[in-house]
Design a protein around this ligand. Structure first.
Ligand code: CP
Length: 309
């Protein structure tokens, strides 16, 4: 595996390998000095053409805990603003000697294109509406941490599915592991091919809650919309938001997850954020160890491929 671009390239075995490596890095992160020399001598460049708090900082922390050198590129403060093309930008960064490039881009397919140009490994940190594989990996890691079986697990993904790369990668990851996925949204926020993703579709959150093991909430991704797709955010909250009353309908041992950033008062009521079933900060913590695992496995496998092993 030279690159990590989507979940479907992994299969259940590939996801399992990342989970096991993440377990060992979770142990490293508990040590007084949470650092190992696994990637000493490697240079990892982060190329973010779109904003990020969680993904960017957890990849940076993960790389440093593996003793790699890091290079941080931000499109807004780069020569992209002077008209430099994506290809020239990537080739310029790669010419400085990097082993891996972590890419976030607003265009679906940009990391795949960069992987064709670059000798370095490419890791997709979110491309347009398409994929966010490391988010899905940290999400399944967070559920796995609860010691539950994925086989037959009921996962409900609620909200703006149409514009969500997180939804697409999570549908692939949870279904690959044997879970049943239901997409809950108004028709305007579901892609026309929703059922072809292998998920069930519902427009009625209240009818789904009682039989849900994992409730996965999504943000309204207004930055990717060119028209109003719900009558108002207040009405969306009343119909599809996780209110205190709806949280009461969820099983006591269910999990409430969200990739962040959360919009309190829209997809989740502020008072529900403190519910003991909420795992949002566990997801963030697990992002570091899962990204350590991804960086380690991708770079080890690229090195093995280069040496013909
Ligand atoms: N979940 C996620 O991708 O968050 P950021 O946009 O902050 O990286």
């Amino acid at each position: 595996m030279k690159d990590l671009l989507t979940i479907d390239q992994l299969g259940a075995d590939g996801i399992g390998e990342i989970m096991i490596a993440a377990d060992s890095f979770a142990e490293v992160c508990q040590r007084p000095v949470p650092k190992v020399p696994a990637l000493r001598g490697k240079t990892i460049a982060s190329m973010f053409f779109e904003d990020s708090t969680r993904t960017r900082n957890s990849f940076d922390t993960a790389a440093k805990r593996l003793s790699a050198d890091t290079m941080n590129f931000s499109a807004s403060s780069s020569s992209v603003s002077k008209g430099e093309s994506l290809r020239d930008t990537v080739e310029t960064i790669e010419a400085m000697g990097v082993d891996a490039i972590i890419v976030r881009h607003k265009s679906s397919g940009a990391p795949q294109q960069i992987a064709r140009w670059a000798q370095a490994s490419v890791i997709n940190a979110g491309d347009g509406w398409h994929a966010h594989p490391t988010q899905a990996l940290l999400d399944v890691y967070t559920v796995r941490q609860e010691g539950r079986s994925f086989e037959g697990m009921k996962v409900a993904i609620v909200g703006d599915i149409s514009h969500s790369r997180v939804a697409r990668s999570n549908i692939e990851a949870f279904r690959t592991l044997g879970a049943d996925v239901t997409l809950v949204a108004p028709p305007t926020l579901l892609p026309p091919f929703a059922e072809s993703l292998g998920a069930t579709v519902s427009h009625d959150l209240d009818s789904v809650l009682g039989d849900t093991d994992v409730l996965y909430l999504l943000r309204m991704q207004s930055e990717r919309m060119n028209q109003a797709l719900v009558p108002s955010l207040g009405e969306y909250h009343r119909t599809f938001g996780l209110t205190r009353d709806r949280a009461r309908q969820l099983p006591a041992n269910s999990l409430i997850m969200h990739p962040g950033p959360m919009n309190r008062g829209i997809e989740i009521s502020p008072e529900v954020v403190d519910d003991p079933r909420v795992r949002v900060l566990n997801q963030v913590t697990n992002g570091v160890v899962v990204r350590m695992a991804v960086l380690y496995l991708v770079l080890s496998s690229a090195a093995a491929e280069r040496s013909g092993e």
